[in-house]
Design a protein around this ligand. Structure first.
Ligand SMILES: Nc1ncnc2c1ncn2[C@@H]1O[C@H](COP(=O)(O)OP(=O)(O)OP(=O)(O)O)[C@@H](O)[C@H]1O
Length: 586
């Protein structure tokens, strides 16, 4: 372009410059010769002409030939279209075809690649010419924002090296971000005419709090600033967070409160300690600060250490050594004992229910990356009902199968016990030898298994798969310790926590229904108060250990209401895109 511009200079003056030269001639009589000569030489100089030409060309490119993408969110729109199509698939062949087309990985990748490019700005930007500039002075920008009830959406800090007040972060979607005028790293020199040199961030904050109307910032722009790009990461929170009670958050007002199970859109992970996020359901809201995964992990480890120290102190004198299990080593037994301190001996026990079942507490539950998993017509996710023993998992499962036995099925369990009279192989149980079952357990072929009165019982992963492949919805109601074995990319289960109501309502509903305690096969009596108490306690414990794995929950107080909710859940699983671990979504 330079060559072209220079060539052009030999024959054409830039029209604006020609005009200036002409008016200079008219002004000859008004000024002294020296100044006129200087200006004439400058205006006719090749260098200035070349510069003006370059400026005009670049400005023209920016103005006329700019290829602007029509939109940069086609991926998001595709997701929304898929969501709507998924509800229409059963009605219309065209919808089904469009649904399948939009699910194709190469089409999705194409749209995401388009968005990634569309979001970039490849055109040069010429900075506005400063009105007046002192050669010795740094560039300064003056930014005016009108104060409203909305927070500014920026945090400040003292730069460790220079001691200057700088913009630490800009909250995505906040007032400062939307203004496009303030950037991370900008140095704050003045706020409303008050010099902030030597002041602390707290001092600056009180200047801001005491200001009314328009706030004027004098800032030195940072060098490496750039538009903040939103990340696309979505996570499921595995813990509750309240910035109000967090003593370490840099700014409580900038914090985002959330609860375990909430889906969060992480818009920025630039800061290794404080991420910016907004709740998925509040797409246009200003982002808020949340602890990063690394920070939260550290906190949990710290809390655990403190707790262990406190426990150690309180146990001093009563025991000589503290046994710990190394992190990540599961205590789930592959074949458990037949007795438990919490249950009568007569109940079939697939797992040891002693208090040692807290292996998951040793994992650090912070955030799990998730993505929308779209239903595949004819291939349904298994629905797994988890809950305290006796809460009603099997009752709900049986009712759903009775409603549509062709569609809902449960796998036939395996056993090593001999077949009894009246039993049919493959109906009540699949009967196998102990050697075979031991070998299959060893090979990891069972999603749950246990021992009762010297015989093994279990459910094989293969039997779940064959129900899924047959186009049926596989319903499972295993012991809660099977969650880890079940929650795999191969099975992609949907986990529902069946919860009991409070003790009084639990007792009332079960007594009115004359519900039989399932802890004792040979006894037709109802539940004891102790069993109800155990059920409530056990449910709290399951929630504590595995709460973050559940996709939904059902309160099983009134059976009819609980069943309706289950029907609603299975319909959603069959038809709607739902959040699942991102590793399950190719
Ligand atoms: N909402 C309810 N109201 C009244 N009775 C109920 C309700 N839910 C379940 N029951 C009854 O409670 C008893 C135990 O239910 P169920 O066998 O389904 O428990 P479970 O969770 O499968 O536990 P287990 O593995 O010990 O059998 C059954 O008699 C069942 O009919």
């Amino acid at each position: 372009m330079t060559a072209e511009v220079m060539a052009a200079n030999d024959t054409h003056w830039d029209p604006a410059l020609s005009k200036l030269i002409a008016s200079l001639k008219e002004a000859e009589s008004l000024s002294n010769d020296q100044e006129i000569d200087f200006l004439q030489t400058l205006l006719e100089s090749k260098e200035l002409n070349a510069l003006v030409n370059v400026h005009s060309k670049v400005a023209k490119v920016g103005r006329d030939d700019r290829l602007a993408p029509i939109l940069s969110t086609s991926g998001m729109i595709m997701c929304e279209v898929l969501e709507q199509l998924s509800q229409q698939c059963h009605l219309n062949e065209d919808c089904r075809e469009a649904f399948h087309l939009l699910q194709k990985p190469h089409l999705q990748s194409l749209l995401y690649a388009h968005d990634a490019i569309a979001q970039k700005d490849f055109y040069p930007h010429l900075p506005d010419l400063p009105i007046e500039m002192d050669e010795d002075e740094e560039t300064i920008k003056i930014v005016q924002l009108v104060k409203s009830n909305e927070p500014l959406g920026a945090t400040i800090k003292t730069d460790e090296e220079s001691g200057k007040i700088i913009i630490a972060r800009i909250m995505h979607g906040g007032a400062a971000d939307r203004s496009g005028l303030i950037h991370v790293g900008d140095e704050v020199i003045e706020v409303n005419g008050i010099n902030v040199e030597g002041k602390t961030p707290g001092d600056v904050l009180s200047i801001l709090q005491n200001s009314e109307g328009t706030i004027t910032f004098k800032l030195v722009p940072s060098d490496g600033r750039g538009a903040q790009r939103e990340s696309k990461v979505r996570v499921r929170a595995h813990f509750d967070y309240n910035p109000e009670v967090d003593p370490y958050i840099p700014c409580k007002e900038a914090g985002l409160a959330f609860q375990r199970g909430d889906i969060l859109h992480i818009v920025s992970q630039d800061d290794s300690y404080w991420w910016q996020a907004r709740r998925e359901s509040e797409r246009t809201a200003r982002a808020g600060l949340i602890p990063s995964r690394a920070l939260q992990e550290r906190r949990i480890l710290h809390e655990r250490t403190q707790r262990d120290v406190a426990d150690g102190e309180s146990k001093k004198g009563s025991c000589t050594s503290i046994c710990t299990t190394p992190p990540g080593s599961p205590r789930l037994r592959s074949s458990s004992s037949t007795s438990s301190c919490r249950q009568p001996k007569t109940k079939k026990i697939m797992y040891d229910l002693t208090e040692n079942d807290d292996f998951d507490r040793e994992l650090i539950a912070t955030y799990e990356e998730v993505a929308k998993l779209y239903p595949r017509p004819g291939i349904y996710r298994p629905v797994v009902l988890i809950g305290a023993p006796g809460v009603g998992r099997n009752e709900l499962r049986r009712r759903l199968i009775a409603r549509d036995p062709e569609k809902y099925r449960s796998p036939v369990p395996y056993t090593t016990r001999p077949m009894r009279t009246g039993e049919v192989a493959g109906r009540e149980y699949i009967f196998v030898s102990r050697e075979k079952m031991d070998a299959d357990i060893e090979a990891g072929k069972f999603i749950e298994h246990g021992e009762y009165k010297g015989h093994l019982y279990g459910t094989s992963a293969e039997s779940v798969k064959s129900i899924v492949n047959a186009g049926c919805v596989c319903l499972l109601s295993p012991h809660y310790q099977a969650i880890k074995a079940l929650r795999t990319v191969q099975l992609k289960p949907f986990l529902v926590h069946i919860k009991p109501p409070e003790f009084d309502e639990l007792k009332k509903t079960r007594t009115e229904a004359r519900a039989k305690s399932t802890f004792d096969e040979s006894n037709a009596r109802g539940f004891t108060d102790e069993e109800f108490t155990d059920m409530v306690k056990s449910s709290v414990r399951i929630d504590f250990l595995y709460g973050h794995f559940f996709d939904d929950e059902i309160l099983n107080a009134d059976l009819v209401t609980a069943f309706e909710k289950l029907v609603n859940i299975v319909q959603r699983v069959e038809n709607e895109p739902l959040w699942a671990p991102s590793s399950w979504v190719q």
